[in-house]
Design a protein around this ligand. Sequence first.
Ligand code: BGC
Length: 933
Amino acid sequence: MHSNFSACRTARYFLFIVLLVLIAASSEVQAAPKPSATHLLTEYLENPLGIDVPQPRLSWQFVQNARGARQSAYQIQVADSLEALKSGKANVWDGGKVFSSRSVNIPLPAKQLRSGMRCYWRVKVWDADGAPSDFSAPAWFEMGLLNKEDWQGVWLTAPMADGSAFLGPPQETAPFFRFEFALDKPVKRARAYVTGLGYYELYLNGGKVGDRVLDPAYTTFSKRVLYSAYDVTNQVKQGRNAVGAILGKGWYGGPPCVIAQLNIEFRDGTRASITTNRDWKYSLGPILENSIFHGETYDARLEQPGWDSPGFEDSKWRPALVAHPPTEKLSAQMMQPIRVVETIKPRKLRRLKDGSWVFDFGQNFSGWCRLKVSGPAGTEVILRHAELVHPNGAVNQDNLRGAKATDRYILKGEGVEIYEPRFTYHGFRYAQIEGFPGRPNLGTLTGCVVHTDFPRRGAFECSNPLLNKIQSNSVWGYRTNWHSIPTDCPQRDERQGWLGDAQSTSDMGFYNFDAAAAYTNYLQDIQDVQGEDGRIPDTVPYVYGQNPGDPMWAGAYLFIAWDLYRHSGDNRLLERHYEGFKRYVDMLAMEAKDYILTRNQYGDWLSPIEAKEDRVPKELISTCAFYRSAWIAARVAEIIGRPDDAKRHNDLCSKIANAFNAKFFNPETNNYGNASQLSNAFPLYLGIVPEGKRKSVLENLVKDVVVNCNGHLSTGFVGTRLLMDVLCNEGRADVAYTIVTQRDYPGWGYMIENGATTIWERWDLRVGRGMNSHNHPNHGSISAWFYRMVAGIIPRADAPGYEHFDIKPFVAGDLKEAKASINTIRGLAASHWKRDGGGISLDVTIPANSRASVWVPKVGLTDVQVKEDFTIIWRNGKFIPGVPGINGASDAGDWIKFEVGSGSYSFWLEPRGGAEIFHTILFRERMGQRDVR
Ligand code: BGC
């Protein structure tokens, strides 16, 4: 498409561009409908329990179904009861009318918010003409336990049989705890605050509290343990009650321990707290072994029915021990928890010669199996999980390395028994069942998909099924690798927060999911482990790799924050982390010699040319990472008002760029480093190629892709994301499209040709022992490219949080149509382009209180009839004003760029060809929100 177009541009032609907009009758200028505010969020969460920041921030979506709708003012009201709020008594805070278009992340003043306090809030908004909305429907948030003293209980653990040593390896049993208490008055409201290491489950009066699994989140426990808050008003009662907890091993190295507190408010206004104390008792139960890597062994014969109900006979239970507090700080888990987010049915079942059975779920995922079985007591059913199968059909666990990924269930023999494990998870597509009494069927197992439960917010689809499949695999890979932190893989003996993996996928995370709260927590995780000297390790929490980490890995601290900022507009985040960013950049600056940073662990990890001798110079990658980190630090310093720092970082950037060019650029060949794709793409990406050389470097890059690599990439964890963006931004979307549509090695299509349902760690197919995960998120970063480049939705850093964004699709190759929609923090943003005859239509939706630059690609040169009912808005290189919401336009090379306000628009470019070619671009207006999902 691109070359086609360029060729035409070289021809001498008179460019006659006409843009039309159909004014639908209903769109005639009329009074704008009443505005409203919806989707109220506190700290990115809907009605959260357990907020523990002193100044919670509130966001809403300003809604007005009109062109160019803007909020001109707002009023927030906060009250301590719903009744008060509804009657207009904002007894916590009434901010009054504030003249501002701001609708995102507005902090409440730091006052009056007590531990456990429930606040109801609502907002009123005014539109551009000063017309007010009604107050929104109320939302609420509830404060957590803000002070150390709010925790009145002690940490409990369980002693071993000899009374001294703690539970732990080798048996890894999961201890059960219980305590009974009486409440002598009717309960008005009750909250449970709880956490336990490695994992806990809380029980009250015969039932589990909440639907969280694998809670709490994986943090650096010595620094920060997250607790969860639950509304248990309906689970406690006047009279006798029983509370219980089960503890799993999780990621915790010490003896399992728990702290819990029930805060109860009685109808008469008095209060009581039930806490973990010395009178709690413990016992071992049916979970004989639990390990994230190896699985769980559960002997149902050891169940103690009624253990979590009052009146249970617990004389054989032993007193729990008070444990040393395992952490410096308890803070609330202000992110979506891990849940069983969906269940899937197996597609196939196959009997093996040895009598075992293999289930195929048809999808690689993270989680576990729910087993349905009946048989004699003592029968042991074994479930082995794997991503792959051997040629004989048996599960192939070779690539799990040390992880056994095996659950065992021993029947109690009482009819139909349903079992699912609690304190483990597996990455698998196949499950092999051994010892099953009778003949299993497809209903025997249900796949439970388990990961951090952030809501989906984006969708992408296009006319090429291969790209849709890549998108699907990428999203499966991404979400099944989010287990309270972004992990590298869900199956083998690793599953850690490798920062290189986290930074390459954060952007796609923000496009596809409401992941802001989760990454806010993860950035805190990074801050928790940062050294005094600025160092950041390869993994967070720090388990594997080195410290300081590889500059492309450790730089994730800044890279992820920058992505989050662009998508959310969250300034406080930048303020909170700026000192950390600065310390990190200063450390690199001290370490670099003449502005070249040589320390590097992983190069362009797992690139197809990695094993070759002439690999990308590692110091080239590290120095680029250094530049990128300093560049982000400079931007952040500018944003948060530190001009001196900004200048210092900007100077550093110039020096790094000069040193980099002097060392790695060959002005004779116009190549960087080893002339590989990454060597040339990285400086192009950073914008540090010397003036006048950009084109030649790009030509070399394109030549390497097209000629040397026959249309394929040669990049790994570092280079792939950059390469695809650079090619588009430099005008060679056609080459990027060639890469992404390959079906042979190396490329996404090759994985799919080989049956992949997620994204592999390596570009090549390996099924043996060693490092070859079949569910690694990294190369799924291409999903961001689909949104950003193919559908063209790009949040801007200069007006972040979609206040002003670009819709700039790159139309390339044989792609006929692409669409994406994102429920941004301000509302629905959507782009849908389609080749239409010889031209192109582009339907866009801009949320209210936002604006966009819409780049209409000048594509297609065949003769097409001009339709009559369209309004011309661009002719002879000039913008013709008149259509509401379209405020201006300019010629922007391969695009015509329109500045538009909120609303839905249909642009239509209709070209004409001939000896004298002229384009006619039609813009057709459609009313109403278009759902492009
Ligand atoms: C992990 C990676 C990680 C890498 C560091 C691997 O074992 O699985 O994804 O980034 O180590 O090179």
